[in-house]
Design a protein around this ligand. Structure first.
Ligand code: ADP
Ligand code: MG
Length: 348
């Protein structure tokens, strides 16, 4: 997986804790200057993978290279301080008894230009007027910028962020996320961001890697993965999904949602569509269905409509029909996804 513009190349790494395989033959490439999102459910192995890159965990198989240098392989591991990585943890892990400036300069003891480097970073991350403050007096967003400044201080080749927003919520979360992306882009820092939140991952990342049960199951751009997942697990990680069984015969899949070309052997497959890609019309058109529930979700309504043995979920802006109404469901056929039935579906 070593490519010329790769700043981090992870090749076939595995890591087990006793009998528990936390990371299972994972491949990952971070291109220089890019932000790579690592998205997976809790327990899928994201933090373990990130910690192997940071040098906080050893590997049982495979190699990790940073800027062309092998830093991890079985039985050999360059220590964290000797790799050019900066790490931002979930809770920011600031030193409570040190000021903002002291926190940022912590890793620069003995550095001849320490004060200049710290002052530049504080300026860049809009923290200059807070340099004497202690962490407890900072907002969540400021704390995160201090953590990022501290990670950037030693001029790392790559910044690793583990669930950087999980201690923030709502409006603040969105604001901090934008700030963080801006700061990373301004400094052209290569970064890997671990998250279990699809929206965070898609809004931040140039490239995404999806992780499930220790394995990287698919990589690509957020747009590509959202529209063309290759498995049910990947499709589900990126957002809500309607999933129905289709019959495949002579290269055509047929289900309650419609027909679609699908080159697979005759048999069963999943046909899927996002709730945003279904619309409602009168009962004369579309798929005949009956509304079974309507829930207000702020900017849209979640409407569930039953047709035969399937219940479809729709996200509708504007007026929703009442429960019990006969409706027609219209499918955006371009957005239908075909997914193979495989062992990863059984666990869902
Ligand atoms: P994620 O960050 O995606 O939530 P983790 O990498 O933290 O996942 O964990 C992956 C799996 O490895 C989980 O089943 C977890 O319980 C296990 N695990 C992680 N760290 C340890 C550890 N230090 N000792 C034992 N098991 C661990
Ligand atoms: Mg984790």
């Amino acid at each position: 997986m070593a490519t010329p513009d790769a700043i981090v190349s992870v090749t076939g790494i595995s890591r087990a804790y006793g009998r528990k395989i936390a990371v299972d033959h994972a491949d990952l490439t971070l291109s220089r200057g890019c932000i790579l999102g690592l998205l997976g459910a809790s327990g899928s192995g994201k933090s373990t993978l990130l910690r192997t890159i940071a040098g906080l965990e050893s590997v049982d198989a495979g190699t990790i290279a940073i800027d062309g240098q092998i830093v991890s392989k079985p039985g050999r591991m360059t220590p964290p301080e000797a790799r050019r990585v900066g790490m931002v943890f979930q809770d920011f892990a600031l030193f409570p008894h040190l000021t903002v400036a002291q926190n940022v300069g912590f890793g620069l003891k003995g550095h001849p230009d320490r004060d200049v480097v710290v002052a530049n970073l504080l300026e860049r991350l809009r923290l200059a007027d807070r340099h004497k403050a202690f962490p407890h007096a900072l907002s969540g967003g400021e704390q995160q910028r201090v953590a990022l400044a501290r990670a950037l201080a030693r001029d790392p080749a790559v910044i690793l962020l583990d669930e950087p927003f999980s201690s923030l919520d709502g409006f603040l979360r969105a604001e901090v996320r934008e700030d963080l992306v801006q700061a990373l882009r301004d400094s052209r820092t290569s970064a890997i961001v671990v998250t279990h939140d699809a929206e965070d991952a898609m809004m931040m990342a140039d490239d995404l890697a999806l992780m499930d049960a220790g394995r990287i199951i698919q990589t690509g751009t957020p747009q590509d993965l959202y529209a063309h997942p290759t498995s049910v697990a990947a499709a589900r990680l990126l957002g809500p999904l309607n999933l129905v069984v289709a019959r495949v015969s002579e290269g055509v899949a047929t289900s309650v949602l419609g027909r679609k070309a699908f080159s697979a052997p005759d048999g069963s497959a999943w046909m899927a569509i996002r709730p945003t890609d279904l619309k409602l019309t009168g009962p004369q058109d579309g798929i005949r269905a009956r509304v079974v529930s309507v829930s207000f979700a702020g900017g849209f309504n979640v409407v569930r409509a039953r047709t035969g043995s399937e219940t479809l979920s729709l996200h509708l802006t504007g007026q929703a029909p009442p429960v019990g109404a006969a409706v027609g469901v219209v499918v955006d056929a371009e957005r239908l996804m075909m997914l193979p039935v495989s062992c990863d579906n059984v666990r869902q």
